[in-house]
Ligand binder design. Structure first.
Ligand code: ADP
Length: 176
């Protein structure tokens, strides 16, 4: 059985990775699919996110990384997948995820949404939390893979240097 794990992954976190690792034990193949969303301005380009995820899952032979646009169920059908894998962190996730699962069911009865509960240690973790901490110069090394941490620090260090030289002085230097 093939599962699609769709999302923004802007950037991928240890919470996403935990879900991917657990999903890879349950399904024959997991396709991590980055949604190309023209309505959002992401921190990282789709290409960069694909690179970040590919490097993060290289130890998992049955995990593939791809991007898509349009309806997730259409993409799932094209890829021969019968499952959409999603994570649940809190009740707030549940409401949105349930609505999305029901909507997708009206579009395709062949595709099931499977939810995995977050692991305890990642229940607070989201890409936006990571972006927020990094934006103010905090360490995110415990939340995302090292190569992604490097990318995000570079990104914000660059933004601060170019847009607000005063704040740059308060940001610790890059650790590379
Ligand atoms: P979206 O933009 O659709 O919210 P995300 O990339 O943020 O996409 O998340 C993709 C999926 O991963 C969602 O189902 C989300 O609930 C799940 N997820 C994100 N962070 C965690 C986490 N820390 N633990 C479990 N699931 C998570």
């Amino acid at each position: 059985m093939i599962a699609i794990y769709p999302g923004s992954f802007d950037p991928i976190t240890f919470g996403h990775l935990d879900l991917i690792e657990r999903g890879s034990k349950l399904f024959e193949r997991v396709i991590v699919a980055v949604l190309r969303n023209p309505n959002k301005t992401p921190l990282f380009s789709v290409q960069k996110r694909l690179e970040q995820i590919t490097l993060s899952v290289e130890h998992l032979p049955n995990v593939e990384v791809d991007s898509f646009d349009g309806l997730t169920v259409n993409y799932a059908q094209i890829r021969g997948a019968s499952v959409l894998l999603r994570g649940l962190r809190a009740v707030s996730d549940f409401e949105v995820e349930l609505q999305m699962a029901h909507t997708n069911k009206t579009l395709s009865t062949q595709i099931e949404t499977v939810f995995l509960a977050t692991s305890n240690e990642y229940s607070f973790l989201s890409s936006s939390v990571v972006r927020e901490i990094a934006r103010f110069g905090g360490s995110v090394d415990h939340l995302i893979p090292p190569h992604v941490a490097l990318d995000i620090h570079k990104c914000y260090a660059h933004n601060k240097t170019t847009s607000n030289p005063k704040i740059t002085e308060a940001v610790p230097p890059l650790n590379n």
